[in-house]
Design a protein around this ligand. Structure first.
Ligand SMILES: [Zn+2]
Ligand SMILES: [Zn+2]
Length: 343
């Protein structure tokens, strides 16, 4: 099959041939119909040393084209059929440990991640996935929307872990796909004001169309006073969704006394903070990763009910051949939100 292949750090992906996947026990093979390009893939492709020949891509949806032995021990009781339309968690768990059995598969001690350097990912014509880790898409959801389930589940998990409650005021640092997903779910959870801070004007505009109540330009406005001006109150929660050095310190500086700082940005480098500032404000810092299977279920239910602004989130679609160029373009400052590869 054809895939976009990573060979060395900082070099563009190349389109080439890799072996066709076949399903192992409790696995399915999907024909990939949509795979979102993720900001963390952009960072990782420049800085991490995977084995040459790695296929990334962890935000995918597709159609079942092969069913492995025991795959029909599916969690929802219905048998898998060829042609089923699914989105999958980008990982295969052991299917035996307590986290796997309760849907908290991303903390399985024997977890094999998909598209993150262990199992081959979704920037390809086909991908091997776990049957337990796969969920059916509703008929009204397109595959491109199915590719949004993973990044939307990231945002839902952040809102869940942050315990964002009705009437709370939320400041989101960074209006990329993660910040946008957090904004969508914070509004769903009844937050009073959801205000994003981002230097890129089209991203701020997009965040407001997705449901944010306001936006701040941190290059020309003082973040905390501007938040208070717009919301009429200081933020209860600050969510870091950028993932570059200096952002956690920025959050600590803008955070009011006894507020919560949630770190969702994936920063791969060492980063400095001045702890005394957080100590004097008695801040709570919390890091979040991934999601629970239930975050996928809730996202898919919301897709079925057409309660998510998915059309606004997908800003471009590209064929597999055009994918390496689109991937490189996203490494530059961009106005895109989610670019979906359609192999
Ligand atoms: Zn991602
Ligand atoms: Zn497990």
């Amino acid at each position: 099959m054809r895939a976009a292949i990573w060979n060395e750090p900082g070099k563009p992906l190349v389109i080439g041939e890799v072996p066709d996947p076949s399903p192992g026990p409790r696995e399915l093979v999907l024909r990939v119909h949509g795979c979102g390009i993720c900001g963390s893939d952009l960072h990782v492709s420049d800085t991490t040393s995977f084995p040459p020949g790695t296929v990334m891509g962890h935000e995918f949806a597709g159609e079942v084209v092969a069913i492995g032995p025991d795959a029909n021990a599916a969690v929802d009781g219905r048998e898998w059929q060829l042609g089923d339309r699914v989105a999958s968690l980008p990982a295969v768990g052991c299917a035996r440990c307590a986290p796997c059995l309760t849907g908290d598969v991303m903390v399985c001690p024997d977890l094999q991640t998909t598209g993150l350097g262990v199992l081959p990912g979704g920037y390809a014509e086909y991908v091997r996935v776990g049957a337990r880790e796969s969920l059916r898409l509703p008929d009204n959801a397109s595959f491109a929307e199915g590719a949004l389930v993973e990044p939307l589940a990231v945002g839902l998990h952040v809102v869940d872990v942050a315990r964002i409650a009705a009437r709370e005021n939320v400041l989101i640092i960074g209006a990329g796909p993660v910040g946008a997903a957090v904004a969508v779910w914070a509004r769903h959870s009844g937050a009073r004001s959801v205000i994003l801070s981002d230097p890129v004007a089209p991203r701020r505009d997009l965040a407001c169309r997705l449901g944010a109540s306001g936006a701040i330009d941190p290059t020309s406005q003082e973040v905390l006073p501007e938040f208070e001006r717009q919301a009429g109150a200081p933020p209860d929660v600050i969510v870091e969704c950028v993932g570059i050095p200096g952002m956690i310190q920025h959050c600590i500086e803008v955070a009011p006394t006894r507020s919560r700082v949630i770190i969702a940005g994936v920063c791969l480098q060492p980063d400095n903070i001045v702890p005394v500032l957080g100590v004097m404000k008695e801040l709570s810092l919390k890091f979040v990763a991934y999601y629970h299977r239930s975050d996928f279920e809730t996202t898919i239910d919301a897709l079925a009910n057409e309660r998510l602004p998915t059309r606004e989130m997908i800003t471009d679609r590209v064929a597999l051949d055009a994918m390496p160029d689109a991937f490189e373009a996203l490494k530059q400052p961009t106005t895109q939100c989610k670019v979906v590869v359609e192999p």
